[in-house]
Design a protein around this ligand. Sequence first.
Ligand code: F6R
Length: 617
Amino acid sequence: MCGIVGYIGHRDAYPIVIEGFRRLEYRGYDSAGIALFDGTDLKICKTKGKVADLEERSDKEITKTGNVGIGHTRWATHGVPNDVNSHPHLSNSGDLVIIHNGIIENYDSLKQELISRGYTFQSDTDTEVLINLIEDVKKQENVKLGHAVQIALNQVIGAYAIAVFDKNKPEEVVVARLGSPLAIGIGENEDEFFIASDASPFLEYTKNAVYLEDEEMAVIRFHKGIKVRKIKDDSLVPTYVQELQLNLEQIEKGGYEHFMLKEIHEQPKAITDTYRGRLLRNEAIIKMAGVEDNMKKFLNANRIIIVACGTSWHAGLVAEYIFEDLARIPVEVEYASEFRYRNPVITENDVLIAISQSGETADTLAAIKLAKSKGAFVFGVCNVVGSSIARETHAGAYTHAGPEIGVASTKAFTTQITVLTLMALRLARAKGTISSSDFRQHLLELEMIPKKVEKALESDSIIKQIADIYKNSTNCLYLGRGYNFPVALEGALKLKEISYIHAEGYPAAEMKHGPIALIDENMPIVVIATKKGHYEKVVSNIQEIKSRKGKIIGIVTEGDVQVKELADHVIEVPETLESLSPLLTTIPLQLLSYHIAVLLNKNVDQPRNLAKSVTVE
Ligand code: F6R
């Protein structure tokens, strides 16, 4: 989704904004632009394309000086990606300038109203409507910029994170948020301020940040600090300055060619970080404050509803197997986007678990609000600390995966499964649905997973060879059963996302009910056929594929003999419990899609049309 970077202080804003764009590139975008003020002139440069295109254009079109700057990378919603629709946008007078993430839903009626009052528009965007609305309010009501922004936003329906300034009063930038994240970095002596969609653009300058909550705005004044207010009633909100725990190395590639590859290789550490302090094997206990504090809610729940999108939804499907299998609690897994709009039956005895890496996914957030309004207890599983979903839920558990920058989710998935497994085990223990020896065995095995993931990563060169053989395929099937059915879905999603090859995941037994018609000698089929979990049945499915000449890539347990004889290729993973196998079988599927995408010369970290956090519906 769109990214915002801004600066007001004593330094040149241009390099800060441009470098900030690079840190936000992972969010996905199709155009970029910047507005700079140097004390005399307001300079705007914007273009369809990448940040490098903006730099090239800036070199030719503007002087890059100025201590006030706001910049934007746009992911088109209203209006195609082109130079005119790119941000920043100016008001009709040319005095006010804005950048905006999100969608103004009632922009058309506001636009008609403004047109009837003589306003004209250059672009197709909702953002240009908003800046003219602010200008109109400022003139009509004769108020300062901050007040005009507040009044205008009260007329707006939709979602936004905005930054606005007036070239006649450039020592002041007004920001506001509803539904799209916005962080303000505060310089050491409070004499410079940074504005960004997340903290990564300003990490080398300051570790102090204020995160605006929904329906809050802030007026940032050079040398005078910031004032945060409620948009609804203009009341002052105490400013809460957080000390950031992030460091620069975490958001850099660290010698890897792509963030995705770095993040795949970080999984042993990420999984360890996720269970550290929670899995206490010597004492044979699992400690999770969010679960302990709400144990009654979980134990008395009629059912657990899991809501999520994309990869996080796949983690939810794995959780369905493990919660039902170990803790014997009925689970339903829902796409957040469907759940929120289909008038679901939710009662006070339901527990809703929302899973989200970013903690900002609009549909998941809306599903949470709906469940809360019906009295359900809502638990969040998020990666980004302090994110909107983490704040909106009653309780939760973080996945300590560290920043995930590659658009295709990898370590977020395995750490989500780790957290959900810990939860299921803790609840199973409390309910008495798992024996103490089984519980101990799970703890032991879970503790060994990071080493086993390291072992699974050693198949990298074999996987690269297989990727080379199948890179030109136009279709691919992924099959798995039981715990590994969601892994098949996840493998297919990874291939689609970054290599643009059409892929589908199926429960292996469903093949006979349709997909088998697709199989011929040109169809690669990835089959997860690990030793535990319906092995013999999957072997029969492989026989069926073989007799139709499909090309079989088997994901097997170390030392497997049977599948090796039937498959065209096998990739081994270490043996583990069936319930933990997704943590290992996922690894070769991530590497397979990564290598295919690299061999096809695709943009692995920023695949076309995709955004890292989907803050619009
Ligand atoms: C896939 C992917 C997306 C996300 C989905 C949910 O690789 O990254 O499918 O999983 O957009 O995002 P979060 O987990 O941030 O809510």
